[in-house]
Design a binder for this molecule. Structure first.
Ligand code: BG6
Length: 493
């Protein structure tokens, strides 16, 4: 845990992310005593706030978005003193000079050069200006002490991600750059590594010898809400598959690193991304399904069609759902399909990984009245947070009849109030631990994996966009994608 005095600078301090995630995360870290004794948070924004008004705005948001509303007035007052609103124009060098003065003044109060954490929660088009000015003013010049966190979207395609990496590497050292994928901060996602590598019993089975297929689902019940403008130029492939789902895939499929150390872990993840088979343009329709939601009903309430959402082009061809099949061409995973699906306005919120084991090879119970169900390991990421192992057991009684049974490890039981992903990631960034952040090569490989799909969906001659009713599990075509291989989506109840 870092004790070094730190200036935290949030570009986009009045934005949505700061309001919903960053301030609640810093506050929770503060009340749980994870923050350094000496820190300040400079919230940069263009809205005209007085200090008092801004602090009140932060408090209102904490009440709405913080996981923990159990704090004292004194704790809030102590925290609020650390927040300083700074009226800031990214395009104006004077704003950066002013920032320089504020950072230096804080250093003086600490009697030393404090660490600096710059959080770039701004539109990608501003990253250029911000990083060039940080460099020009020497604000992030101490490699050991100064870190830059970059929010997604990290590029729009492979070429723009490469350009963005180049730009960042011109201004900072790679070890200063923290590319965030908040799924990597989720407890249940991190636990995949603990589960796999801190136990002996699953790793020997973790390969094509024993595993039939793997399914990764990230279903959301929310639609695009007020983000239509952004989302309509992104779509589910860019917004979710390129980052969150491929990162989960890495956690499930990577080999064990020799040590739990940042570069070793990231090397293993990068190896998986390199080994993911690239889909040829002519095979796109065989491996992928895209769809958009039409009107429907969610939780008994009518939901309008995607095309009618604010900020969305009424003729939009943007996908709000993707289902696809990947193969990983390495000795461990050769031939095992990895199915992925994600979508908005679906019937329920559910993120999970399901590992389907092969059928038992021997025929001992072939005449059993009950059909043998292959073993299945389910890792529920959210909203349920548990690990479930399905197996066959004998039904109590005089004859040898079998029935499916389950062993469950429930996260809520042992940690009902576990930290939010952003808390974990922010404390890691304050500590200078980049394990859970993405390295430039990982980001570029992930874009490379989806490159032909992007190209074909945008410019190809025949790649249908299916529809699904809001409040459903997606289009029939997504089911067909699996049934062709004798599989079906699980966790659909
Ligand atoms: C974001 C996407 O990265 O992740 C959103 O841009 C999506 O579209 C969100 O809703 C999902 O995150 P979570 O933590 O709510 O599953």
């Amino acid at each position: 845990r870092t004790t070094a005095p730190t200036s935290i600078v949030v570009f986009g301090g009045t934005g949505d992310l700061a309001k919903r995630k960053l301030f609640p995360a810093f506050f929770n870290l503060f009340i749980d005593e994870w923050m350094p004794a000496h820190f300040q948070i400079l919230a940069l924004g263009r809205k005209p706030y007085t200090q008092e008004k801004f602090r009140r705005y932060v408090l209102e948001n904490l009440r709405e978005f913080s996981r923990n509303n159990n704090y004292t007035e004194k704790q809030w007052l102590n925290f609020s003193e650390k927040i300083i609103f700074v009226n800031f124009d990214i395009t104006d060098e004077n704003s950066f000079r002013n920032l320089h003065d504020k950072l230096t003044a804080f250093d003086v109060t600490c009697n030393r050069r404090a660490n600096r954490l710059f959080y770039l929660s701004v539109a990608p088009s501003f990253i250029d200006k911000v990083s060039a000015n940080l460099k020009k003013m020497g604000l992030a010049s101490e490699i050991e002490k100064d870190r830059i966190i970059i929010e997604k979207p990290f590029g729009y395609d492979k070429a723009s991600a490469v350009a963005l990496n180049k730009l960042l590497n011109e201004n900072f050292k790679e070890e200063q750059i923290y590319r965030i994928d908040h799924y990597l901060g989720k407890e249940t996602v991190q636990n995949i590594l603990a589960f796999r590598f801190a136990n002996t019993f699953f790793e020997p089975l973790w390969s094509n010898r024993h595993i039939e297929s793997v399914q990764i689902t990230v279903a959301e019940q929310v639609g695009v809400e007020d983000r239509g403008g952004y989302y309509d130029h992104s779509g589910a492939l860019r917004d979710m598959i390129q980052n969150h789902l491929l990162q989960i895939l890495c956690m499930v499929a990577m080999d064990a690193p020799v040590e739990f150390e940042s570069s070793l872990i990231r090397d293993k993840k990068a190896e998986i991304l390199k080994a993911v088979r690239r889909i040829k343009p002519e095979d796109i329709n065989h491996y992928t399904v895209r769809a958009q939601y039409t009107e429907g009903v969610i939780n008994g309430k009518p939901k309008k069609a995607y095309k009618q959402e604010p900020g969305v082009d009424p003729d939009s061809k943007t996908e709000t759902f993707v289902a696809m099949k990947f193969y990983i061409d390495n000795p461990r995973w050769q031939g095992v399909p990895f199915y992925m699906r994600t979508g908005k306005s679906m019937v329920q919120k559910k993120s999970s990984v399901i590992v389907n084991f092969k059928e038992v090879p021997n025929k001992t119970f072939v005449n059993s009245k009950d059909k043998l169900q292959p073993n299945q390991l389910t890792i529920n990421i959210q909203p349920e947070m548990d690990i479930r192992l399905a197996f066959m057991a004998k039904k109590p009684g005089l004859d040898m009849t079998l029935k499916p049974a389950e062993m469950v490890f429930d996260y809520f039981e042992c940690a009902p109030d576990s930290p939010e992903a952003y808390e974990t990631l922010l404390i890691d960034a304050l500590d200078g631990d980049s394990t859970l952040f993405m390295r430039s090569d990982q980001v570029e490989e992930a874009w490379d994996i989806i490159a032909t799909i992007q190209e074909e969906w945008e410019n190809g001659t025949y790649s249908p966009i299916y529809t699904y009713s809001a409040g459903s599990w997606g289009p029939q075509a997504a089911d067909d994608l699996l049934s062709r291989q004798g599989h079906r989506w699980l966790s659909t109840t």
